[in-house]
Design a protein around this ligand. Sequence first.
Ligand code: P5A
Ligand code: ZN
Length: 478
Amino acid sequence: MAEDADTLPPKAQFSEWYNDILWRAEIMDVRYPVKGLYVWYPYGFALRKHVYQRLRDLLDREHQEALFPLLIPEHEFMKEAEHIKGFEDEVYWVTHGGTTPLEVKLALRPTSETAIYPMYALWVRSHADLPLRIYQIVNTFRYETKQTRPLIRLREITSFMESHTVHATWDDAESQVESEIALTREFYESLSIPVIVSKRPDWDKFPGADYTIAFDTVMPNGRTLQIGTVHHLGTHFSKTFGITYEDEKGEQQLANQTCYGISERCIAAIIGVHGDDRGLILPPPVATTQIVIVPILIGKRHEDVLAAAQNLEEELKAAGHRVRTDNRDMRPGAKYYWWELRGVPLRLELGPRDIDAGKVIAVTRLGEKVSLDRTGIAGSVKQVLAAISQAMKAKAEEHVKRSLQPATTIDAITTALNAGRVAVVPWCGDRACGDAIEEKADSSILGTEVRSPYVSDTGGFCVICGKPGKATLVGRTY
Ligand code: P5A
Ligand code: ZN
């Protein structure tokens, strides 16, 4: 809670800022009386709608949307050994129907592999059914024991996009992993959020996966946030659930699978990466309101100005922009503050003098001010919004670039992390050395095979044992 209830803490105090902006901008209400469960306010929910519409549009190119049940019978959940080990401490169980104990306990899905794959075993018959690519956007439940945080670590993940694909061969599944990496990049690109792609160490991969590719972004305090993962499942689950297909020669083959997930952490990333001391800065493609028109009602021409504002709004709406006119009886300054807090990317001011001059004043949420011709405004506004996206991207990229710090000793790693950076460290890949790095620098190994323009793998010697090592991201995570 802010000391002064009337002001947002500076963003440099990131966690106070983050908690404060959530209610001030009406994204989430954290007062729901169950730990780890939060409420979407209408303004936050509208943002979610636009963000997830983006994601749907991208997925719908190759995937189909479906919907599977929330409850998973214990015997299905318990089939895949590694998967159980990974999730058993996090599962909520439904044990009673009213007062009657259930014969079969039911898990609230922490993720839906074990709900979906028994059905895939029925659906997949022949190679002609492959590839199968399905996603759903649902709530999932995880009894998280690490500190819960709104939009970041929830016990009810309300906006879990999970994709599950089935392929003939291991290589086909690997190509799917690559196309999902490309899709995720495109998604975050539209949100102007930089992502670092890397391969998680073996001990941190998804339970039941051959390997896990993760997407991380860097929050303002230097902590990394995992904002998506793609897993190559190989044949782990197809063996267990009997997902087989008949190949061209008429022989039964085990299918290969991938799964892929994104949660409302993508919204946390928008808030954290882009916001400033004045509040949210929403990426234009997903902003609930992209443009706010503020009529400047000075002098005697109120009717004139209001009519011109309405006319402007209609023209911009017709061009496909999400626009609102703020006609409230408030000082313009108070309105500016209000919309800035809520992250609206572009404000248009319209007063009598602008009308006479055939102009509209445009002020971006990044603080730039330009005078636009009223004629052709829909087109010029489109360009301004695109420029805002670009500038947001450039600023965020710069932050990531500055955050990545090469380090070749434990002390250097600790110094980098304490300074709010992410270290790039040569590591041999052995678990024992990995554990030592994590313990001595109070850090997490994020991944190897780092795909980022700012990390080049020039080789080096493991910071612990001195054997040849590969560039590895080491950070403090959310
Ligand atoms: C992929 C989808 C899976 O569950 N099964 C289906 C696979 N992967 S995952 O890595 O465990 O989760 C996918 C992404 O969800 C986010 N996430 C969370 N978000 C908020 N609160 C949580 N408690 C939480 N747990 C995971 C992460 O971004 C993760 O990459
Ligand atoms: Zn080593």
